[in-house]
Ligand binder design. Structure first.
Ligand code: SF4
Length: 333
């Protein structure tokens, strides 16, 4: 296995100007403000956080659907954020996306066969055996073979999302970005599609960036989790480590809403006060201090760095830096 991660995002920043005009200065939405992560081949990294935290913008920036304000993205060691459109074209095949809305992400005027042929034609794949490959793809996403001749409106939401997954697989990617790919589905259908993605990831050795607002969805299907708050990653850990011992107060609050499978068992529910602040004017110091139950003076003036508390477990919180977090916790109480 190569030691180079499949995907490396380093200190990526995406700011959007909004408003402005003849007499008014445009305001800047700091959607993503210095995010770094890596994804290994065959690994699923879930990016989790509330709506508006910047996680979908990270996915789009990685795919080069929006240009970066600054930072770098490397695919297989090759920098891609500064490539021209023509230089990027052959690499696009290797990174595919499954969007949230299965109803709008498929062209209603294309039969499923044509939906699946499009990426193969674009990337010069399986010339002369498209129908055989379509049968394989439909089989992979557990749809009947006669689906090829039907129109998107003839399918349910879950089935359309399977078509979207088959379309992504048709390009034979190394990485799939799933942007809230199951959020619009009913609970039982959601579980089926998550199981399908998990099986495909394992069978095909795909890497995945799975973007979700819901920690419960990723609990059984991800290798690592990165938690985002207001444009920043505040905690990264392997799934078991994060679920067993979350370190950041924001992760604790998100996790407290996830149901426990054992009958009768419950997590202590943590309800956060207030709303997510505006990314136009994020709070000083730790961005979470306006909602954090443990905030103390230093939190309001000094932004905590993301640092390791254990192997592979990184957290950005003043309570977890230095050798003795218990003393700091006592100081905050
Ligand atoms: Fe809370 Fe302070 Fe930690 Fe931020 S740095 S999460 S405000 S304790």
């Amino acid at each position: 296995m190569s030691a180079i991660p499949l995907l490396q995002a380093t200190d990526i920043v995406k700011h959007f100007p909004v408003g402005g005009g003849l007499f008014a200065k445009a305001r800047i939405v700091r959607a993503v403000d210095g995010v770094s992560f890596e994804i290994a081949r065959g690994e699923t990294l879930s990016l989790v956080g509330e709506s508006g935290c910047g996680k979908s913008t990270v996915g789009r920036a990685v795919l080069r659907l929006v240009p970066l304000t600054s930072g770098q993205v490397l695919l297989d060691g090759q920098r891609i954020d500064d490539l021209s459109a023509s230089a990027l074209r052959p690499l696009r095949r290797r990174m595919q996306v499954v969007f949230q809305d299965p109803f709008s992400s498929l062209n209603p005027r294309m039969r499923v066969r044509d939906v699946l042929i499009e990426p193969m034609r674009n990337f010069g794949l399986h010339e002369g055996r498209w129908d055989a490959r379509i049968a394989e793809l439909l089989d992979l996403v557990r749809l009947p073979k006669d689906s090829a001749g039907r129109w998107p409106h003839e399918f349910s939401g879950g089935q359309r999302q399977r078509i979207g997954i088959a379309r992504a697989l048709a390009a034979e990617p190394d990485l799939i970005v799933c942007d809230e790919a199951v959020s619009a589905l009913d609970v039982s259908v959601k579980a089926q599609v998550v199981n399908l993605l998990q099986d495909l990831q394992a069978d095909l050795g795909l890497a995945m960036l799975f973007i979700s607002h819901d920690l419960a969805i990723v609990e059984h299907m991800t290798h690592r989790i990165a938690v985002m708050y207001l444009g920043r990653i505040v905690e990264v850990a392997e799934r078991r480590s994060l679920f067993a011992a979350p370190k950041h107060p924001y992760t604790e609050a998100l996790l407290s809403a996830v149901p426990v499978p054992e009958p009768g068992a419950q997590r202590r529910r943590i309800i956060l006060a207030g709303d997510v602040p505006s990314p136009v004017n994020p709070p000083s110091g730790c961005r979470f201090h306006t909602r954090c139950p443990y905030a103390f003076d230093r939190c309001r003036s000094e932004e905590p760095a993301l640092r390791a508390t254990a192997a592979g477990h990184l957290v950005a919180c003043h309570l977890h830096e230095g050798p003795d977090p218990a003393k700091l916790l006592a100081r905050a109480a």
